[in-house]
Design a protein around this ligand. Structure first.
Ligand SMILES: [Zn+2]
Ligand SMILES: [Zn+2]
Length: 121
């Protein structure tokens, strides 16, 4: 009856290796799926956060809303070229004021509410 045990052990070790291999693969796959899921969740969260975050109140003149006065004029200091070389490259700059006449960027929510309240008053 000795050979039965030999075959049994061969089957057992072979079967065990096969099972261990399968388990390893399954675990790895599950781990990868989990990582993908986590990554997807992270992307979702970032997208949600981005959607809830108010847009930066930056005007078309590239200056922040805070640089504009109540009439919407921009007071940001800018460099105005006063001399150019033959390649139309500015040589000299003069301090000037941005000539933006009206802020056209997104309004922050707090300001929209404040405007509504002042309109009612
Ligand atoms: Zn502006
Ligand atoms: Zn400006």
């Amino acid at each position: 009856m000795g050979w039965v045990w030999v075959i049994a052990v061969l089957f057992w070790t072979g079967g065990f290796a096969w099972a261990a291999d399968n388990i390893r693969t399954a675990l790895r796959n599950r781990h990868e799926r989990k990582m993908q899921l986590l990554e997807a969740e992270k992307q979702d969260r970032l997208a949600v956060e981005a959607a809830h975050k108010p847009p930066e109140p930056v005007c078309g003149c590239t200056h922040h809303l805070a640089k504009h006065d109540k009439q919407g004029r921009c007071h940001e200091r800018v460099e105005v070229p006063t001399a150019w070389d033959e390649n139309k490259k500015p040589l000299r700059y003069e301090a000037g004021q941005c000539n933006c006449q009206r802020y056209v960027g997104p309004q922050p929510l707090s300001q929209v509410y404040a405007d509504d309240l002042t309109d009612l008053a």
